[in-house]
Design a protein around this ligand. Structure first.
Ligand SMILES: C[S@@+](CC[C@H](N)C(=O)[O-])C[C@H]1O[C@@H](n2cnc3c(N)ncnc32)[C@H](O)[C@@H]1O
Length: 254
């Protein structure tokens, strides 16, 4: 069976099976729109080495494998709970789909990523969908930044979670990364109008304060027209545009 056939079967049934034939209801996976977003960027980047953090029942991994089909790319998958929490289903489904060139790391990304850096691993595509706290995703990105080539693309899932969203606001200040794509929640016209109006009011109000107070009182998002007040992003893709040449004390407000 191919990755496409396994994916179709699982998504249609809404169920997965482990090696022993025990059945589980599918949950916690990315949907078709997110799968298409991942596949679009894999097709654009044509990675030689892809990294994935957070496999669960293997749905995102199957989308990645479907896009990598026929290529010689190595796909490294990090998930500490693949056996304990997910009953080895992700691994089993990828095996059933005949996927090769997989590197499994069944440990937290907090230990797997430094080990990969030590081995001088390099990636040109990464998908972050593991532990979603601000510090953990920052830690993931810290190592990914070190291991990514220029031109590499990193996709963040759940970019609308407050922790991920705040982190992205910081990462987008990096001079050597740029936001290249967003998968948005569909917003109604009223919601868009409301967000734009609130932003205008915030900008007008902020003009009444001296600069040194303004930055403390108003969040950057409220003042920048390119940063909507309520970011409807579900997934965000960042691209590395050059080497990390920030000085040791680099800082940018976010
Ligand atoms: C939302 S699920 C991933 C869903 C999967 N990407 C999909 O779409 O099918 C989050 C995953 O993060 C994993 N995880 C938990 N702690 C982690 C850690 N410390 N490092 C990396 N991944 C972790 C969980 O085991 C789980 O598989």
């Amino acid at each position: 069976m191919s990755a496409s056939a396994v994916l179709q079967q699982v998504l249609e049934s809404g169920k997965v099976q482990d090696r022993q034939g025990r059945s589980y209801a599918l949950h916690s996976h990315i949907d078709a729109a997110k799968g298409a977003f991942l596949q679009h960027w894999i097709a654009r980047v044509q990675p030689a080495a892809a990294l994935e953090i957070g496999c669960a029942f293997g749905i995102s991994s199957l989308y990645i494998q479907e896009a990598l089909e026929g290529k010689l790319a190595i796909h490294t998958i990090i998930d500490p709970q693949q056996e304990s929490e997910w009953h080895g289903v992700g691994r089993y489904l990828l095996e059933s789909a005949g996927c090769q060139r997989l590197v499994w790391m069944e440990e937290g990304s907090e230990t797997a990523l430094p080990a990969l850096l030590k081995q001088e691993a390099r990636f040109d595509f990464a998908f972050i969908d593991g532990w979603h706290t601000f510090d953990h995703v920052l830690l993931d990105f810290f190592y990914i930044n070190r291991m990514c080539k220029t031109g590499a693309v990193v996709v963040f899932d759940d970019a609308d979670f407050p922790a991920v969203r705040s982190l992205l606001a910081y990462l987008e200040q990096y001079p050597h990364w740029e936001r290249v794509d967003v998968l948005e929640w569909p917003l109604s016209r009223q919601r868009k109008l409301y967000a734009r109006t609130m932003q205008r009011i915030a900008r007008l109000l902020s003009a009444c304060f001296p600069r040194e107070y303004r930055d403390h009182i108003f969040h950057q998002h409220a003042l920048r027209p390119d940063k909507p007040l309520r970011d409807p992003a579900r997934m965000v893709a960042l691209r590395k545009t050059g080497e990390d040449e920030r000085s040791w004390d680099w800082w940018a407000p976010f």
